[in-house]
Design a protein around this ligand. Structure first.
Ligand SMILES: Cc1cc2nc3c(=O)[nH]c(=O)nc-3n(C[C@H](O)[C@H](O)[C@H](O)COP(=O)(O)OP(=O)(O)OC[C@H]3O[C@@H](n4cnc5c(N)ncnc54)[C@H](O)[C@@H]3O)c2cc1C
Length: 444
């Protein structure tokens, strides 16, 4: 069985790992238009060794080779070697696509100015890091207050930074206001200019094509470096009219990662994914889901074996002294979906003070901020968010599994969590949130 894998990032890497795990003998061709060394965070020597090792296992790596078309009738792909512009063809028995995404740009006057960058890959990150070390860059405007945007604020914290977003507050796709405002307070303390409920309408540049300012709906902000982090778009233009795509170009796959065409599978950012809290397919760009989808595709390559269990979109980050994570729906998304939901927000110390004073090991007893959303009709948990100066983020994984398994607030109240005075309380804060929700709904 000859397998072709397209894309050498998270989805592609996990596809290769899964193929090696599952099959003893492989005949695999692996294409990426970029560089294997960069994608795998290896130095050039380690990269060479890894490519040779893969070859010995039956995987041939093709770098700087762009797949430009797919013929599903003849089961052939057309490839352009970017090093010499030569075009060649390869046929497959099974094809697994993980072409990923690229950052959205703005279709605005001045968007082609120098020093206007997006943040999508390691190359971009390098550019942004260089800019943060550049003393000549003083005024930085970041458009988009998601993970990447707020993360970028952190990198430029010693410069004049403005953060623009059309939403009411930062990180609104992940956190609700109770938690997000704590991050915003930290940004304000550091003199970050927060431009929420605002949007960019023009990038103003000088005769040298350098950005000098940003025009928003109501003001002009000086800028000598602009970062656009306003979302992603799938790398699927070349698949239009070949595979079943959504209007925005996302590849439609079933629970077995099959596209609408026999023997063609797709995983990663370029696909729509089953989102369990809504029980529908949506776009989610996360390395975690790309990796798991890849294993799922390989498990189902020859027969339908194991369906994909879907995702809750769990993610986390460390910023300005806080570690936070979220899973499932937050209020913004629940409102958008017109769900009949309610929520509970609690703030409590990590440990029981009675135990802390007796225990010399536990000097630190930080607050944990925790919120759950649940469906008022079914009491099923829809989402959860956690934040603390301590790293409590892994707790969100328990909530993710609870949501995936359609846990109710009552089941959360009675879930079995361990207690050890140095680590937790006898009644875990997640049990406490379940109990509060039961009280709120008159069950208790
Ligand atoms: C700054 C940043 C930080 C992130 N941090 C996290 C994190 O902490 N946790 C997390 O879960 N996710 C994170 N993500 C998201 C994560 O990086 C993506 O979800 C993940 O990379 C998706 O993997 P993918 O394989 O689907 O696609 P991509 O990573 O986009 O890779 C696609 C690959 O396919 C190649 N390709 C595309 N088209 C072709 C073609 N026609 N021919 C040949 N090759 C092609 C590209 O060169 C690329 O190498 C982050 C993203 C960014 C930008």
């Amino acid at each position: 069985m000859k397998v072709i894998v397209i894309g050498g990032s998270h989805g592609g890497i996990a596809t290769i790992d899964a193929l090696i795990d599952k099959y003893k003998y492989l005949d695999v061709l692996w294409f990426d238009k970029g560089n294997f060394t960069i994608n795998n965070s290896l130095d050039s020597q380690k990269s060479k060794t890894k490519i040779e090792e893969l070859k010995s296992k039956g995987v041939t790596v093709f770098q700087e080779t762009e797949v430009i078309s797919l013929n599903t009738e003849s089961k052939t792909i057309t490839i352009k070697d970017l090093k010499n512009n030569k075009v060649f063809y390869e046929n497959y028995d099974k094809l697994i696509l993980s072409p990923g995404s690229h950052p959205k740009t703005v279709d605005l006057p001045g968007a082609d100015a120098k020093n206007v960058v997006t943040m999508a890959n390691r190359k971009d990150l390098l550019k942004v890091r260089q800019a943060s070390d550049n003393d000549k860059i003083n005024d930085v405007v970041i458009v988009g207050a998601g993970y990447n945007g707020v993360g970028a604020v952190n990198m430029f914290i010693n410069k004049n930074v403005s953060l623009i977003d059309h939403n009411e507050f930062s990180l609104s796709s992940y956190l609700d206001n109770e938690l997000a405002e704590k991050i915003e307070d930290k940004m304000k303390e550091r003199n970050v200019n927060l431009e929420m409920n605002n949007s960019i309408i023009e990038i103003i540049k000088n005769d040298e094509n350098e950005v000098i300012a940003i025009k928003t709906k109501d003001k002009i902000l000086s800028a000598d470096f602009v970062i656009l982090t306003i979302g992603i778009e799938p790398n699927t233009k070349w698949l239009k009219n070949t595979l079943d795509l959504t209007e925005n170009g996302y590849i439609k796959v079933n629970d077995y990662m099959e596209t609408n065409v026999k023997d063609v599978f797709a995983v990663g950012d370029a696909t729509l994914t089953k989102f369990n809290p809504l029980n529908k397919n949506i776009k989610i760009g996360l390395a975690t889901k790309a990796r798991r989808q890849a294993y799922c595709a390989v498990m189902n390559l020859e027969n339908k074996n194991i369906p994909f269990f879907g995702v809750q979109g769990s993610s986390g980050l460390r910023l300005f002294g806080y570690k936070f994570a979220s899973t499932g729906l937050n209020e913004k998304q629940a409102k958008k979906e017109n769900l009949n939901y309610n929520s509970v927000y609690i703030e409590e110390t990590k440990l029981d003070n009675n135990f802390v004073v007796k225990n010399t090991l536990s000097k630190d007893n930080p607050l944990i901020y925790f919120k759950i959303l649940y469906n008022v009709d079914t009491y099923q948990i829809l989402g959860a968010q956690i934040m603390s100066s301590n790293d409590e983020t892994a707790n969100i994984n328990a909530m993710s599994i609870a949501i995936q398994n359609q846990y109710t607030i009552t089941q959360l109240a009675f879930a079995d969590f361990f207690f050890q005075p140095e680590f937790s309380k006898p009644l875990n804060f997640m049990n406490r949130a379940g109990i509060s929700a039961m009280k709120k709904e008159g069950i208790l």
